[in-house]
Design a binder for this molecule. Structure first.
Ligand code: CP
Ligand code: NVA
Length: 302
């Protein structure tokens, strides 16, 4: 695998192979079995947005694989002063063995991959969050045993998380139902992809989407970079909170996922969050294992 820019670029089989490797690396990590697949290799990490999980899990992950990380933020580097991405790509490719980037425009990630000569991994853009969704699928499979045929429901904004969940879940054979208000639907490219699947539904009714779901997922209503829209969004998403009433419509053994950070009392109630904390924090842990699999597949040249 050359890069991980978006899940649309991967086949269902490739996603499953990443999850299989992630499971193996998790097992090895838990049992103290060393796995220095990327000994001496350097991962450059570019952050143009804030991060807790992505930042720490990638840095710990590359270290566990025998490599190390160099971190650049937009302020404090020439990226924040407008150096073109084509130039950054060609410079960094001469220093590091792979680049993880968190930024705004998907086109910037694609340009980095196009102009650089090392693997590029998308650590979140406005369009998608592939690393998170690999961890989500890994967690669902861990608890449910398999993915095929399960119903995944996402309630909330048609944002990076909804986009990647739709693509990833459909590609691995899940049924997907999403609920979002008019005006906050996923972009046309995602809806076009999803429309080729009979097992995809989009509605403005959270109750409809939650019916018989095996997994219920949400994310913040206001993503990074949208802070000025907060008030407008709070009004638009009223009624889209995952609460115990919504959960009654899902399967009795349904699990809840949240990529975090969570805003209790907005997209999810404190009660539902805490009832599902074991799944949600396993999901956070699995960022580490899923990303190590991605690092091995890309920087290890597999
Ligand atoms: N879920 C996620 O990507 O978390 P961070 O923003 O903390 O990296
Ligand atoms: N949709 C959120 C995800 C954060 C991990 C954002 O983009 O801010």
């Amino acid at each position: 695998m050359k890069h991980l820019l978006k899940l649309l670029d991967l086949s269902g089989q490739e996603i499953i192979e990443i999850l299989n490797l992630a499971d193996q690396l998790k097992y090895e990590t838990k049992h103290g079995i060393e796995h220095p697949h990327l000994k001496g290799k350097c991962l450059g990490m570019i952050f143009e947005k804030s991060s807790t999980r992505t930042r720490v899990s990638f840095e710990v992950g590359i270290n566990q694989l025998g490599g190390y990380a160099v971190v650049l933020s937009s302020d404090g580097s020439q990226i924040g002063r407008g150096e073109p991405v084509q130039d950054t790509a060609r410079v960094l490719s001469r220093y590091v063995d792979g680049i993880m980037i968190r930024t705004f425009e998907q086109s910037e990630v694609e340009a980095l991959a196009q102009h650089g000569s090392v693997p590029v991994i998308n650590g979140l853009t406005d369009f998608c969050h592939p690393c998170q969704v690999l961890a989500d699928l890994m967690t669902i499979r861990e608890y449910k045993g398999s993915l095929e045929g399960l119903k995944l429901c996402f309630i909330g904004d048609g944002n990076n998380m909804m986009n990647s969940l739709i693509v990833g879940a459909l590609k691995v054979g899940m049924t997907v139902s999403v609920a979002c208000p008019e005006g906050y639907r996923p972009p046309a490219e995602i809806l076009e992809f999803a429309s080729t699947y009979d097992c995809f539904e989009i509605t403005d009714s959270p109750k409809q989407a939650a019916k018989n779901a095996d997994v219920v997922i949400t994310d913040v209503w206001t993503s990074m970079g949208q802070e000025e829209e907060r008030k407008k969004r709070e009004a638009a998403f009223a009624g889209y909170c995952i609460d115990s009433e919504i959960m009654k419509l899902a399967k009795p053994d349904a699990m809840v996922q949240h990529c975090l950070p969570a805003h209790r009392g907005e997209e999810i109630t404190e009660e539902v969050f805490e009832q599902n904390a074991r799944y949600i924090f396993e999901e956070a842990e699995n960022r580490l294992h899923a990303q190590k699999a991605v690092l091995v597949k890309t920087m290890g040249g597999e």
